[in-house]
Design a protein around this ligand. Structure first.
Ligand code: ZN
Length: 247
């Protein structure tokens, strides 16, 4: 790290649990963020501000006026612009040291596998089950940690599938069969604006911890947030030994 970086990241480096060593891991890391919407916005902003050296951002959608109520990485000027590109502009403004790769078309599972091959962590900020299942299979196969988040209405959830550990459950253990709901998109429903910020910010925190091997991740725990009662609940998640994907 150069002098500027030492200054920029000094409030991380001052934390004994992170220090110079931990920050260097962040600076040398590469994260894949799938989705630059409500969840992807805080994830991308916090990972960029924290110094994650390389970010691959996937989103094939363009910024719409209805997105701006909660997708805080985008601006009114970005309406009509691809979301990954719009997010890249915001990241450049916050931290020009970050190398951003944008994927502006819809990725297949094979393409996700190529994108995930060299990253340290994958963050699922998508809004549909098809992408969630595909990322789960890709991360399982490549043994990459996957930070999974979802938000709808006033409720959200977050967990980590750390496939670097053989004992980790997978997304399919949690949701074995969604049948006809597979293409249901959260974007078609109402979403409480700060909810996506809270879930996305928690995803960013988990991603940074996984990069640094710091603390205890959410592997094996599903965290559920109800913003109406403002209560977090934790459910224990175990591997399904009959899971069609990971067993
Ligand atoms: Zn499984």
């Amino acid at each position: 790290m150069n002098d500027n970086q030492l200054l920029r990241y000094s409030r991380h480096i001052l934390l004994p649990q992170i220090g110079y060593e931990g920050q260097e891991k962040i600076v040398n890391s590469h994260a894949l963020i799938v989705g630059a919407g409500g969840l992807g916005a805080p994830v991308a902003l916090y990972l960029a501000a924290s110094g994650v050296g390389k970010l691959t951002l996937c989103d094939f959608d363009v910024v719409d006026l209805t997105n701006l109520q909660r997708q805080i990485i985008h601006t009114t000027q970005s309406v009509g612009v691809n979301k990954a590109v719009s997010a890249q502009h915001a990241i450049d403004a916050i931290n020009p040291d970050i190398v951003v790769q944008t994927i502006q078309q819809k990725s297949t599972e094979v393409e996700f596998a190529q994108l995930a091959e060299n990253v340290d962590v994958v963050i699922d900020c998508s809004d549909n089950f098809a992408t969630r299942y595909a990322l789960n299979r890709v991360c399982l196969k490549l043994k990459k940690p996957l930070v999974s988040g979802a938000a709808i209405g006033f409720e959200g959830q977050i967990t980590v599938f750390d496939f670097r550990n053989a004992s980790s459950p997978c997304y399919h253990c949690l949701y074995p069969d969604v049948g006809s709901d597979a293409e249901m998109r959260c974007a078609d429903n109402g979403v409480f604006a700060p909810l996506v910020g809270m879930i996305g910010t928690a995803q960013a925190a988990e991603a940074l911890k996984l990069i640094m091997h710091l603390g205890e991740s959410l592997q094996g725990r599903l965290l559920l947030l109800d913003t109406l009662s403002m209560q977090w609940r934790t459910i224990k998640l175990s591997r399904d030994h009959a899971c069609a994907v990971c067993s």
